[in-house]
Design a protein around this ligand. Structure first.
Ligand SMILES: Cc1cc2nc3c(=O)[nH]c(=O)nc-3n(C[C@H](O)[C@H](O)[C@H](O)COP(=O)(O)OP(=O)(O)OC[C@H]3O[C@@H](n4cnc5c(N)ncnc54)[C@H](O)[C@@H]3O)c2cc1C
Length: 389
């Protein structure tokens, strides 16, 4: 094979596809906007000082220590499917197969004032958010109000972590007061429609002074307020975690996208209009249905994409992928968690311990695993890191 398999996007989908292809010794060229992978499930802990930024990122070149691996840092801005080429910051690169895994961006829906919003998609966002909370909480007012828009897993986890971070700060500054609002479009938090799970989350929120504002839509964000369909609330720091949309606009003229911007793929994860092109992760819709936008689905799709490229090379029939979410676990601050695995509900310390164990094992690379384990162990004896960065 002369030309490499080009992978656009070094997130969960791209990295795990590269890993599976390199195992089969195929030449891989990974193109991504940064030179590191971000382990997003632990970002909320970076934003609140439980982990450090370097615990959750790793450099591609170190991770893929393989002669068949090449990395180019850059942004792909065009795909020429007829000539099998991509353009990276003005430079042309050829491919034998193309794999697209460019992830998603925050969906602000119709909110106004989003320039005042904080998001949590990468390490830079986490650092910005941490700095914003610390600088307001430690100013002369000794008061901060924080709102999260979006009661899905990301919104709920960051809200609990912020509550704990502010509680830690209050130990140092007893005058500090805070108000926390979690604004959610419906009544079901974390997307788990089980009464016992909902009761548990609501009780845990009450214990740490988080006020849920359910069945409400955020209409406008100002520097110190959040305007919703059910009322206006003080908010010095507003975090938007209301959902994501496919990050595909750059390819709109090169690939046919659906109305929401998903890349239509077959159950074999081939792009509908091009059998030498595969797509996976947050950007795809299989037979018209978007796939749950999760790391766990992206990593499973990666195995199928790599296997199907191998099968095409060896002229065998392709494997299909069936979207499946095995379970969901959420941390609700230190020592508390909740989740459902294979239909079984788990709550409390056990869920939290399982959550930590699962994510520790899923953290890629031995060095990062050790870093996370070390930071968490240190956190058992020492308060979180509350330095501005
Ligand atoms: C805060 C947070 C917490 C989360 N927690 C969980 C969780 O607990 N469990 C779970 O299963 N999922 C979780 N997710 C969702 C999970 O992170 C995503 O579903 C997953 O990352 C999708 O993988 P992906 O490969 O499609 O995209 P990503 O992992 O987002 O990777 C996309 C990559 O493409 C690169 N890129 C984009 N455009 C270009 C371009 N034009 N050229 C070159 N490179 C480009 C980006 O820089 C990025 O590296 C979380 C997400 C967030 C933000």
């Amino acid at each position: 094979m002369n030309e490499p398999i080009v992978i656009i996007g070094g997130g969960f989908g791209g990295v795990y596809t590269a890993k599976a292809l390199l195992k089969k010794s195929y030449p891989v060229l990974l193109i991504s906007e940064t030179n590191y992978f971000t382990f997003t499930p632990l970002l909320h802990e970076v934003a609140t000082g439980s982990l450090l930024s370097h615990d959750v990122i790793f450099e591609y070149e170190t991770f893929f220590h393989h002669p068949a691996f090449e990395f180019v840092r850059g942004r792909v801005e065009r795909i020429d499917r007829a000539q099998k080429r991509v353009w990276v910051d003005g430079e042309e690169m050829s491919y034998r197969y193309l794999v697209v895994a460019t992830g998603s961006t925050t969906n602000f829906f119709k909110m106004q004032g989003t320039e005042h919003a904080y998001v949590l998609k990468d390490v830079e966002d986490a650092i910005k958010l941490k700095n914003a909370i610390l600088s307001k909480a430690q100013d002369k007012d000794h008061h901060i109000s924080v709102s999260v828009v979006g009661g899905g897993p990301t919104g709920v986890e960051i809200m609990f972590e912020v509550a704990e971070m502010l509680t830690s700060l209050r130990k140092k500054d007893p005058d500090l007061s805070f108000q926390l609002h979690l604004v959610h479009a419906n009544e079901v938090l974390c997307g788990v429609d089980q009464a016992s799970v909902q009761t548990y989350i609501h009780k845990a929120m009450e214990a740490v002074q988080i006020t849920p504002v359910c069945s409400a839509f955020c209409e406008r964000i100002t520097p110190n307020q959040i305007v919703t369909t059910v009322g206006t609330f003080p908010s010095d720091v507003t975090i938007v975690a209301s959902g994501v949309k496919p990050n595909t606009s750059v390819f709109a003229r090169d690939i046919i996208l659906d109305e929401q911007g998903h890349v239509p793929v077959t159950p074999e994860l081939q792009v509908v209009e091009d059998q030498h092109m595969f797509a996976l992760g947050d950007i795809i819709a299989i037979d018209g249905e978007p796939v749950p936008k999760l790391a766990q689905t992206a990593t499973r799709e990666a195995v199928v994409v790599a296997e199907n490229i191998h099968r095409m090379e060896t002229k065998r029939s392709l494997r299909t992928y069936k979207p499946e979410v095995v379970g969901m676990l959420f941390s609700l601050g230190f020592g508390k968690g909740v989740g459902v695995i294979n239909g079984i509900t788990i709550k409390g310390v056990l869920a939290w311990w399982l959550w930590r164990t699962v994510y520790l094992f899923k953290t890629p690379g031995v060095v990062n695993k050790l870093r996370v384990a070390f930071s968490w162990t240190l956190g058992l004896f020492q308060s979180r890191n509350l330095t501005e960065l």
